[in-house]
Design a protein. Structure first.
Length: 282
């Protein structure tokens, strides 16, 4: 009886393990509404299923820290992270996460500061006494790097602004300026460009008054425990995406990318130092 019970238990555990290995769980930091994330990632999920020969599931999360925790705790296998959230995941996991791919654009990323055109704000120093929103506290392009350049300009966000807010996402930051709830916002340049190109914002009413210098940003990160064969297949699938095919053009277009290239943890050492200087990590 006992032998039968143990045998049944081992079969169940083996089946559960095999089932887990047959599914790739993917997530992203929530820069936009969940419905928009699902729309953007659907073609990629379909492509990866075909290339990897396994089921791929996209799992939206509620906020930036949730994406970090999900990867660190192996609730997902592949995550699209910003530079800062990668650094946070690296620290939280004790170096057990690995950035493997990034868009070519992520080697020279920028943030922008926006305001109403009639605000009179034309430079960072003029934000003193004004209201400003960042995105998520864990956002690289919506918080860390903009904060770093504000500090360089002699503006301490906590002391020199009349009000400091965190909208949680880039689209919400843009909406806050458009509606007049804040005087200015710091946002991801690619999100801003997408809003402009899709005419979701009127540039005669809201404009960019400052662009940051470039920095490394987003990447696809895996847990170090991922099997080497699966990692290689994922890397190949992304690296072979091309704007010259209808499928590749759609996936890369939704990702605001021209192509994916390899990346490595060393590219984010400067990001980690910037986060320490800004007091965002210890």
């Amino acid at each position: 009886m006992l032998r039968t019970l143990i045998g049944t238990l081992l079969v169940c555990l083996t089946a559960a393990h095999a089932s887990a290995q047959d599914v790739l769980r993917v997530s992203t930091i929530p820069e936009e509404a969940a419905s928009e994330q699902i729309r953007k990632f659907a073609p990629l999920v379909k492509y990866l299923e075909r290339r990897l020969g396994m089921k791929v599931v996209f799992r939206p999360v509620s906020d930036y820290p949730a994406a970090v925790e999900a990867l660190v705790n192996k609730q997902i296998e592949l995550a699209w992270l910003g530079g800062l959230t990668f650094v946070q995941a690296d620290i939280r996991s004790g170096g057990k996460v690995i950035p493997i791919l990034q868009r070519e654009e992520d080697t020279r990323f920028q943030s922008v500061f926006i305001s109403k055109t009639g605000s009179g704000i034309t430079q960072l120093t003029q934000l003193k006494g004004k209201t400003l929103t960042f995105g998520s506290p864990s956002s690289t392009s919506g918080h860390l790097m903009p904060r770093s350049y504000l500090l360089e300009a002699g503006i301490d966000p906590e002391k020199d602004l009349s009000k400091l807010a965190y909208s949680g996402a880039h689209d919400a930051s843009i909406a806050a300026v458009v509606s007049g709830r804040v005087d200015a916002a710091a946002v991801d340049m690619t999100v801003w460009r997408k809003f402009v190109e899709s005419k979701r914002v009127d540039t005669t009413q809201v404009n960019v008054f400052y662009e940051t210098p470039s920095f490394y940003n987003y990447n696809w990160t895996i847990h170090a425990d991922m099997p080497a064969e699966l990692r290689a297949k994922i890397e190949r699938a992304f690296l072979e995406l091309s704007i010259d095919t209808p499928e590749g053009k759609e996936i890369l277009g939704l990702a605001r990318a021209t192509r994916y290239i390899p990346t490595k943890a060393e590219n984010y050492k400067g990001m980690e130092q910037a986060a320490r200087n800004a007091g965002l990590i210890k």
